[in-house]
Design a protein around this ligand. Structure first.
Ligand SMILES: *Cc1c(COP(=O)(O)O)cnc(C)c1O
Length: 424
C-alpha cells in the first residue's frame, strides 16, 4: 500500500507526533520556489528583488528561512513587521505596505529602519513626512499606483474605474503630483519609485505583461513630463497556484523570467531607466508546499449528502466560506485506492458554510482515517481564528523525513490568556 509522505515523513507519523488538525509544510518545496524566483528574476539592465508577501503565511521561522535565500519581505502591519524584526531580517529589504498605517506603526517602522514605505495616498504621505521629520529618520518610499487593471485567474479586466481601496488611480495626476512634490521638497523621505499590484491567483502571463506595460508607460510619461528617471518599480505579486485539477498555473520561475523580459523590452521602448524591479510573491511561495492534516470523526448522510466531519474547519481554513475557494484532498493512507464515493468535507465550526470541500470523490472513508487537504499553505493559517474557541493548529516544517515544530498548537490557556476578569 502506498502512502502520502510530506517531506519524507508519513502523514500518520506526523499526526501521531503532533496531533491533528496540523499544518504541514514541505520545506524543500518552499526553498525551491524561493530559488526559482530569485534565479529567474534577474536582469543585466536593472537591479532586482524578490520580496515575500508575508501575509500569505508569516512566521519567524519562515522569515529566517527565506531571508537566508536572499529574499526581502512585504509587511502590512506592525504585527507582521514585529515578526520580521524578531527573525532578524535585513530591514533594508522590508517594504511596509498597507492603506491605513497608524502613526504608531509608522514610528515603529521608522525606528526599525525599514527600507521602504509603500505610500497609499496623499494623506498618508503627509503623515510619513511629518513623523520621519519628528523622528529625524531618513527612509525611502514607493507610491502605490492603481493602474486600472485588475486580474483574477485567467483574464485581466481594464477597470477604468478609479474606485479601488488601494493606491492612487493612474490618471489622478493631481494626487500623484502632490506626492511627488511633497517628497521632492522633503529631506527625510525619498521617492524611490512606484508600486502596483493587480490581484491574486493569476495564472496567465498576459495580466502581468499588461500591468508592466502600463506601469512602465507611466514611468515614461513621468520622465517626459517631470524629468523623473531611474525609478524603482514594484510589480506586486498575485501568481496563481494549483489548488484543483482544473488549475494550470504558469510556474513562478517562468512568470519571473517573463516579467524580466517584458520589463526590459518596455523600458527600452519607453526609453526609461529602471533602477530596480521588485516582485512580491506570497501565495506562490508557500501555497503548494502546505497541507492540512485532519482526522475524520463522525460521518453521516443528510439528504443526499455524505458528510465526513473533520477536526478543524473554517477556523483553520476560511477561504472556502469566505470566497468559495476550492480545494483537493487525499486519504494519505489510501493513496493508491480508486476514488469511489462522493463526500462533503465539513468542519466542526457552528456555521452551515463551514465546508472545506463541497463535493469530492474519495476511496471509501472510515472514521479515524486521515485526510490531507492539499495546497493550504497560503492564507490558511494566516487567516485562522479562534472561532468557537478552537485552538489554532500546530505548524510543522518537514525536510528529509525530519519534522520541525515551528508553531506549537494553541492551548485553552493560550486562548484565554488575554482575559482579565473573573478568573476562577
Ligand atoms: C497580497 C499582496 C501580495 C501577494 O499576493 P499573492 O497573491 O499572495 O502573491 C503582494 N503585494 C501586495 C501589495 C499585496 O497586497
Amino acid at each position: 500500500m502506498s502512502v502520502l509522505k510530506i517531506g519524507g515523513m508519513s502523514c500518520r507519523q506526523l499526526a501521531e507526533q503532533f496531533g491533528t488538525p496540523l499544518c504541514v509544510y514541505d520545506e524543500e518545496k518552499i526553498l525551491s520556489q524561493a530559488r526559482a524566483a530569485v534565479e529567474n528574476f534577474r536582469s543585466d539592465m536593472f537591479d532586482t528583488e524578490v520580496a515575500y508577501a508575508s501575509k500569505a503565511f508569516s512566521s519567524i521561522g519562515l522569515f529566517g528561512m527565506l531571508a537566508a535565500e536572499g529574499l526581502g519581505f512585504d509587511v502590512v502591519s506592525g504585527g507582521e513587521l514585529y515578526g520580521a524584526m524578531k527573525a532578524g531580517v535585513d530591514m533594508d529589504k522590508v517594504y511596509f505596505h498597507g492603506n491605513n498605517k497608524s502613526d504608531d506603526e509608522i514610528r515603529m517602522a521608522l525606528d526599525a529602519g525599514v527600507g521602504y514605505f509603500v505610500i497609499d495616498n496623499v494623506m498618508e504621505c503627509g503623515r510619513i513626512v511629518k513623523l520621519a521629520g519628528e523622528a529625524g529618520r531618513r527612509t525611502r518610499a514607493l507610491l502605490r499606483i492603481n493602474p486600472g487593471i485588475s486580474a483574477h485567474t485567467h483574464e485581466y479586466i481594464m477597470t477604468s474605474k478609479p474606485d479601488s481601496k488601494f493606491g492612487i488611480y493612474i490618471e489622478n495626476t493631481e494626487h500623484i503630483n502632490r506626492v511627488i512634490d511633497e517628497l521632492a521638497a522633503d529631506d527625510n523621505v525619498e521617492l524611490a519609485g512606484f508600486h502596483s499590484h493587480i490581484g491574486s491567483q493569476i495564472v496567465d502571463v498576459a495580466s502581468f505583461e499588461k500591468a508592466l506595460g502600463t506601469m512602465i508607460g507611466f514611468l515614461g510619461s513621468l520622465k517626459r513630463s517631470r524629468g523623473l528617471d531611474g525609478m524603482e518599480l514594484s510589480i506586486g505579486g498575485g501568481f496563481g497556484i494549483k489548488y484543483v485539477a482544473e488549475d494550470h498555473p504558469v510556474s513562478l520561475g517562468d512568470m519571473c523570467a517573463d516579467m524580466i523580459r517584458c520589463a526590459e523590452e518596455a523600458a527600452k521602448a519607453e526609453d526609461v531607466k529602471i533602477a530596480k524591479l521588485i516582485t512580491e510573491p506570497g501565495r506562490a511561495m508557500v501555497g503548494e508546499a502546505g497541507y492540512t492534516l485532519y482526522t475524520i470523526g463522525d460521518m453521516k448522510k443528510s439528504g443526499d449528502k455524505n458528510y465526513i466531519f473533520v477536526d478543524g474547519g473554517m477556523s483553520d481554513n476560511i477561504r472556502p466560506a469566505l470566497y468559495g475557494a476550492e480545494y483537493d484532498a487525499v486519504l494519505p493512507e489510501k493513496y493508491d485506492e480508486e476514488p469511489a464515493i462522493s463526500y462533503c468535507v465539513a468542519g466542526k465550526n457552528c456555521e452551515s458554510g463551514d465546508v472545506i470541500i463541497g463535493d469530492i470523490k474519495l476511496p471509501e472513508v472510515k472514521s479515524g482515517d486521515l485526510l490531507a487537504v492539499v495546497s493550504t499553505g497560503a492564507y490558511g493559517y494566516s487567516m485562522a481564528s479562534n472561532y468557537n474557541r478552537l485552538g489554532r493548529p500546530a505548524v510543522v516544517m518537514v525536510k528529509d523525513g525530519e519534522p520541525r515544530l515551528i508553531i506549537r498548537r494553541e492551548t485553552y490557556e493560550d486562548m484565554y490568556a488575554l482575559e482579565t476578569e473573573n478568573q476562577a
